[in-house]
Structures are given as structure tokens and as C-alpha cells.
Design a protein around this ligand. Structure first.
Ligand code: S3P
Length: 187
């Protein structure tokens, strides 16, 4: 396989390990790693928390949509760590599904039980949505977003009881398998 155009998007709730897994997968396939939160922060020139407090969540979501669209247009392939809310806007889900259908982009949903995520997100500053009732919020977001994640994903992995290493091993097998049976446009 020559994965120079391989594009993989990781989606899932906060704390599922998208950024860490993205870095490992990108190194494995020798492609770029893009992180929508980091690109949004660069564009706004301030941290996610300050975008939420100064400009409001809709302004954050506008930047997130812009950045996602640009990431999906990368000509060289990449592993894209999408922030947890990247599926909330319909326009983003349409973009993801178009990229899957026409460019062979693979979307991977990292799924985990909300109570596990509540522990994993205990530290970390870029998640203002979890400032109050972290576990309750994660339970609610998990219920609200599960159908949205499902509607755009090719591969689902339950990461609740797995180490990052075992998630990556499993994913590399699943991605290689998916590429073997894909239409060949992605690689
Ligand atoms: C959010 C997820 C966060 C960050 C922001 C909102 C969400 O990113 O974009 O706090 O709505 O799920 P991570 O998924 O990288 O934590």
C-alpha cells in the first residue's frame, strides 16, 4: 500500500484519546496529523476556553466547520483528530459523508462509556462544556451524539477498556482491511 493520500478522521466524545491515537496512526502511515481544536486555536489566536467565553459556542462552531472543511481538502492525506463536537452541525456531517463517498476518506468513531470518560477528562483545560456535572454532561452528550457519530462512521472501536497501544493496533488492522476492500481511491 502507498498511503500517501490516505485520509482518516477520528471522531468521538471528549476523552476518547483522539489526539493521541491520531499522532500514532499518522506516524505509522507516514502522513500528517491535523487536530481541529489546535487549528481553531491558531486561527482564533486564543485557547478554546477563551473562544467559548469571549465569543460564544456558535463562533467556536463556525471556526470548527471552516477548519474541518480545510482539513478534508488536504491533498497529501492525513490523520485528522476531529474535536468531539465536530458532528453536531449537519453541514459537517454532510462534508464527512461526501468525503467518504467521493474521496475514500475513512471515519473512525472512538466510542467509550461516559463514566470512563468522566475519569479521563478530570484534567484538561479546553473543555468548558464539562465545567459542571462532568459525568452527567457526558452521559447526555453520549446519548445525543451517538446517532450523529453513527451516521458518519466506517469503523467503530470501543476504547473504554483498552490502552492507546491496543486501540492503535486494532485500528491499523481495521483500516488496512477497509482499504483492501475499498474502491482504491484512498491510497
Ligand atoms: C468539545 C470537545 C472539545 C473542544 C470543545 C468542545 C465538544 O474537544 O472542541 O471543548 O463539544 O465535544 P476534544 O474532543 O478534543 O476534547
Amino acid at each position: 500500500m502507498t498511503p500517501n493520500r490516505l485520509t482518516i478522521v477520528l471522531i468521538g466524545l471528549m476523552g476518547t484519546g483522539k489526539s493521541t491515537v491520531a499522532r500514532t496512526l499518522a506516524a505509522h502511515y507516514g502522513i500528517d496529523c491535523l487536530d481541529t481544536d489546535k487549528l481553531v486555536e491558531l486561527r482564533a489566536d486564543k485557547p478554546v476556553r477563551e473562544i467559548f467565553s469571549d465569543d460564544g459556542e456558535p463562533a467556536f462552531r463556525d471556526l470548527e466547520s471552516e477548519v474541518l472543511a480545510e482539513c478534508l481538502r488536504t491533498p497529501f492525506g492525513a490523520v485528522i483528530a476531529g474535536a468531539g463536537g465536530v458532528v453536531v452541525r449537519e453541514e459537517n456531517r454532510i462534508l464527512l459523508n461526501e468525503a467518504r463517498a467521493s474521496d475514500g476518506v475513512l471515519v473512525v468513531w472512538l466510542h467509550a462509556r461516559p463514566e470512563v470518560l468522566a475519569i479521563r477528562t478530570a484534567r484538561g483545560v479546553h473543555r468548558p462544556l464539562l465545567d459542571e456535572d462532568r459525568e452527567g454532561t457526558l452521559i447526555r452528550l453520549s446519548e445525543e451524539r451517538a446517532p450523529l457519530y453513527t451516521s458518519v462512521s466506517d469503523i467503530v472501536v470501543d476504547v473504554s477498556d483498552r490502552s492507546v497501544e491496543s486501540v492503535c493496533t486494532l485500528l491499523i488492522d481495521a483500516i488496512d482491511e477497509a482499504l483492501k476492500y475499498g474502491d482504491g481511491s484512498n491510497g
